[in-house]
Design a protein around this ligand. Structure first.
Ligand SMILES: Cc1cc2nc3c(=O)[nH]c(=O)nc-3n(C[C@H](O)[C@H](O)[C@H](O)COP(=O)(O)O)c2cc1C
Length: 412
């Protein structure tokens, strides 16, 4: 067995502030969550948020062969599904020509269907159903939102409508979209609220209403701040999740809750303020928060005291795919320490390396170990090799904008 396997990792790696006595027990996070529109039920409040997979085949000149959910995708999701989370999202799915910056992720585009793609998505949905986990797809619907702002009277959101119905027919539990655009000017925030209403409605109208289906959206407070939105205007966008009557959840991201990034006070403060007020703006629709959730104590506070409905985790679920089970069972009270916590770019590459490694073998081939092959980034020797791999990867990625296979990050 290599020194980098999970069994070594469990022995050697350190967790964040593990209380020695009287640790906070997981309680509210273990409760089921009923989504108000679809009535689907997540078995607990833990959400493995959207993480781009990046290892899929991608050829911009041949969309039909690109982004097919192959066995490698199934290997990854099989392991996360075994990891205990109530709700899991795919990485951003490419649905139009504006979203090819997510190259290596899955693709659902009209006119590019094939049997292999259908079977691939169906296999993912089946894994989720067998694992009693809700699986939603994140649609990278940038183009749909842009088009809406140019001509809101037109027949809109065509890519989202196609992809939502396609994924519902494949057996997915739902979709969610990121709010990425707010038009400039004083009328911009109001138009963004209208867009959120329109997007949810268009997706709902595309669906088979006899099959329950989750619809959500993700809002990044930092992006909204960059686009010039103020606190109240961001809350208006969150309130739209409930007012529109079409959404099951809104996910708030944009900061690092427990380990705020130094030097980014304005961003972190906005994130915290929005998180603390979100439920007042959105009482009857589920609100998840993502970004720097690392300990059971904070997760419990956010659900119990701040009255949020659930907590999203990304990077901790890449360092150990069963972070969910460990937290929910009360065996662990916090995430592993990640040396790149304050450096999102490196942390993202490190997480991509973990995802790629998990994709190499099925759960069975991994001997039932969901963490098989994952790296221990706390090991200085791993850090050193990873730094070299990262440099080479960045050079290659800069030279060949379309050749960002994370394979380079994992051969270390
Ligand atoms: C490797 C990686 C890929 C990501 N891909 C996406 C994505 O496709 N869509 C998205 O909305 N957010 C994406 N994110 C952001 C996460 O969903 C999440 O909001 C962020 O990592 C904060 O949560 P965390 O602190 O628990 O990691 C990604 C993050 C990482 C680390």
């Amino acid at each position: 067995m290599s020194r980098l396997t999970s069994k070594t990792l469990t022995r050697a790696a350190q967790r964040l502030s593990e209380p020695l006595s009287n640790p906070r027990k997981p309680k509210r996070i273990k409760e089921p969550l009923i989504f108000t529109q679809s009535k689907l039920v997540a078995k607990n409040r833990l959400y493995r948020n959207a993480l781009s997979e990046r290892f899929g085949h991608f050829d911009p000149k041949d969309v039909t062969s690109s982004g097919i959910p192959t066995k490698a995708f199934q290997n990854v999701y099989e392991k996360w599904i075994a990891g205990g989370y109530g709700l899991i999202s795919t990485g951003a799915i490419i649905v139009d020509e504006d979203t090819i910056r997510h190259e290596g992720n899955m693709v659902v585009r009209e006119g590019h269907d094939c049997e292999e793609r259908r079977k691939g998505f169906e296999a993912l949905a089946e894994l989720a159903r067998n694992g009693d986990t809700l699986l939603v797809a994140q649609l990278a619907a940038l183009h749909d939102q842009k088009v809406y702002f140019i001509d809101s009277e037109n027949d809109n959101f065509s890519s989202s409508r196609y992809a939502s119905r396609y994924l519902q027919d494949r057996g997915f539990h739902g979709v969610h979209v990121q709010v990425t655009e707010v038009p400039p000017g004083p009328a911009g925030p109001g138009k963004a609220v209208d867009m959120i209403h329109g997007h949810g409605e268009a997706i709902r109208n595309s669906l088979d209403h006899s099959v329950p289906f989750i619809v959500g959206f993700k809002l990044n407070t930092a992006y909204m701040q960059q686009l010039g939105l103020k606190f109240d205007q961001i809350l208006d966008l969150i309130a739209a999740a409930q007012k529109s009557g079409t959404y099951d959840f809104v996910e708030i991201a944009g900061g690092s809750y427990e380990l705020p990034v130094m030097g980014a006070e304005a961003r972190e403060n906005m994130f915290r303020r929005v998180v603390h007020r979100a439920k007042q703006a959105c009482k009857n629709t589920a609100v998840y928060v993502s970004g720097g959730m690392r300990t059971v104590a904070i997760m419990e506070d956010l659900i119990d005291t701040v009255t949020l409905d659930g907590v999203g985790v990304g990077r901790p679920a890449c360092d150990e795919f069963d972070f969910g089970t460990k937290i929910l069972s009360g065996h662990c009270h916090s995430a592993l320490i990640n040396p790149y916590e304050d450096d999102m770019d490196t942390a993202t590459l490190a997480a991509m390396a973990q995802i790629k490694r998990a994709s190499l073998r099925s759960l069975k081939e991994s001997g039932g170990d969901v963490n098989d092959g994952l790296l221990n980034f706390q090991d200085p020797r791993v850090q050193e090799k990873f730094a070299q791999a990262k440099t080479e990867y960045m050079l290659k990625a800069a030279a060949f904008a379309m050749a960002k296979d994370p394979q380079m990050l994992v051969e270390i």
